[in-house]
Design a protein around this ligand. Structure first.
Ligand code: SF4
Ligand code: SF4
Length: 278
């Protein structure tokens, strides 16, 4: 069975791939693994030295947990979430990276504390991806001082560890215009949000690769001349990253995880077969 993978879009944190000849079930497993099982770094717990801001410690800790941290190097350097389970931060430098945050204001001063103020202490590779995420606004004469402990985790434990903000599998459209019915009124062209239809050289031209299957063209055609279907063995996998990992890293790691789960499943089947004497 032949298959192919084509990069349709790669921009910023977004990657869109076209798979041909790859089973939908496998791609769906990769989609789910991207969200739930690919590990990334996030703040696990916070030690507060001082907090006189208006936000409670718990709220600030929660906000810190949701700040994406660079995790490309961390995948190689730190132990897996399962290996670190139950380890204290003191006993395991292979599990935790420490970041610190110190900010204060003087009389009459108001200051917003941003993710860029969260500085790496033990590992310069684990730092906030974005500098401009607001954490708290300090009023006059307020202070916040803390150490944040980040570790690898998986989205299945808490969504803050999910490196993928979008992970979708979609069908590949097949657009057909019944020319014998079409009156060239242009309504389908008008309503299409993706310019997948165009009136060119006296006929409606279709661009399947732009279509998002929203069906607006079908609903707007007064003579039912638009036929919208999908290709049986072509699917798009779209990943948008939080920035903690490159989207291609997410896809690669997700495939590795799915393959290792399948291997495990096969070995369980083998052991059942052996036990039953088959
Ligand atoms: S289904 Fe939606 S995106 Fe696709 S051609 Fe019709 S209107 Fe355009
Ligand atoms: S809406 Fe229907 S009839 Fe009008 S141009 Fe499109 S396909 Fe043709």
């Amino acid at each position: 069975m032949s298959y192919s993978i084509e990069v349709v879009e790669r921009s910023g944190n977004r990657l869109k791939l076209l798979f041909k000849g790859v089973p939908l079930a496998l791609l769906n497993a990769v989609r789910r693994a991207s969200i739930e099982y690919v590990p990334s770094m996030a703040v696990d717990f916070v030690v507060f030295n001082n907090n006189t801001s208006v936000l409670h410690d718990e709220i600030i800790a929660h906000r810190l947990g949701l700040i994406p941290l660079n995790s490309e190097e961390a995948l190689r350097k730190y132990k897996s979430p399962e290996e670190c389970a139950g380890k204290s931060s003191e006993s395991s430098v292979e599990c935790y990276a420490v970041l610190s945050l110190h900010a204060s204001t003087k009389e009459g001063e108001i200051k917003t504390v941003y993710s860029g103020d969260l500085k790496p202490v033990t590992d310069p590779d684990v730092r906030p991806v974005y500098e401009g995420i607001p954490i708290v606004v300090l009023g006059p004469n307020q202070e916040i001082s803390l150490e944040a402990y980040a570790r690898l985790g998986r989205g299945v434990e808490h969504i803050k560890w999910s490196p993928a903000t979008v992970s979708t599998v979609t069908y590949s459209a097949r657009l057909t215009i019944k020319e014998e019915l079409c009156t060239l009124c242009g309504k389908c062209v008008e309503v299409c949000p993706r310019n997948a239809l165009a009136l060119e050289n006296g006929k409606i031209r279709t661009y399947d690769e732009r279509c998002i299957l929203c069906r607006q063209c079908v609903n707007s055609c007064p003579v039912e001349a638009v036929v919208l279907g999908f290709k049986e063995d072509e699917f798009y996998l779209t990943i948008e990253s939080s920035g903690s990992l490159k989207p291609e890293t997410i896809v690669r790691e997700a495939f590795k995880i799915v393959i290792s789960k399948l291997d495990k499943f096969l070995s369980i089947l083998d052991s059942i077969k052996a036990q039953s004497g088959g």
